[in-house]
Design a protein around this ligand. Sequence first.
Ligand code: IPM
Ligand code: MN
Length: 353
Amino acid sequence: MYKIAVIPGDGTGPEVIAEGLKVLEAVADKKGFKYETVTFDYGGERYLATGEVLPADAVDQLRSFDVIYLGAIGHPDVAPGILEKGILLQLRFDLDQYINLRPIKLYPGVDCPLKGRGPEDVNFTVVRENTEGFYVGTGGVMKKGTPDETAIQTGINTRKGVERCIRYAFDICRKRNDKKMLTLVAKTNVLTYVGDLWWRAFNEVGEADYPDIKRDYAHVDATTMWFVKNPDYFDTLVTPNLFGDIITDLGAMIQGGMGIAAGGNINPDPGGVSMFEPIGGSAPKYTGKNVINPLAAICALSMLLDELGETDAAASVEAAVMKVTGTKLKSLAAGRMGYSTTEVGDLVVEALA
Ligand code: IPM
Ligand code: MN
């Protein structure tokens, strides 16, 4: 019996999570596994009503689940940073979800903005470090609001944090069994201290324990260029937190947009609790209209099932999504799919059967 914590969150989060849960019910039935869900109301509405982002015991409660399924965090009436830091980043940090795993895969029938590119060209995985770098929030501001205002925000990279992320990336690369090439994405020519730490950890770990994996390097700026010019070049990439955040939005676009892009915040250690989410935001302008694309949330569900060890179920959900993109949807964009949110969920359930 799997215990799944569900945080639908803000905006369109609840709508897409509802479709994911519909698919979960269908695939559990088909594959014969059992689960229970508990829903938590963390998000903007709760914050506006109570002034609290996360209750004090939230993390401890979540620790008792096998996995977390998250919709979206972000509310137009709440200042930027409060919910993002107070909920999303807090959970990533406190649950030590040190990997942000983002597959970039163009599914059949999906329009790629890159001319002449198809599913055979866009299929790689980004392993983003998820608990360090510029996301730690170290820094401060002085003389705020005066001409002498000074702000400083530093990134923190530890050998332990870098190395565990790199090891995970080598493992994923080996499992993908594709080109067996891991690309380190950094900025070793300017961020020399941090770049050197990543560079040495990457090469030492690779040389000692992953001789079967080819080691490759690209600067982060050049990487954005290659994503557009030669996406077929990549297999697995590993990169610090902020770079990973930036390049995976570009990745999401070349796989067809936020309607399909999913990610996992993973704690791979024994007993670690991981959290899966569509990577797009809460899309306030589409909220409540039944037009948002739930496929990203359904792809996140597929990753969640993989993490639980239900690899068969995970593959069936992904295959069903591919069937739907390949044969049904006109577009992945909200309002232009040719179907409503709930109908797309139904189509995936139908494709599972
Ligand atoms: C993401 C998001 C978050 C991030 C924001 C909402 C804090 O952009 O998951 O990529 O920067 O990590
Ligand atoms: Mn992002």
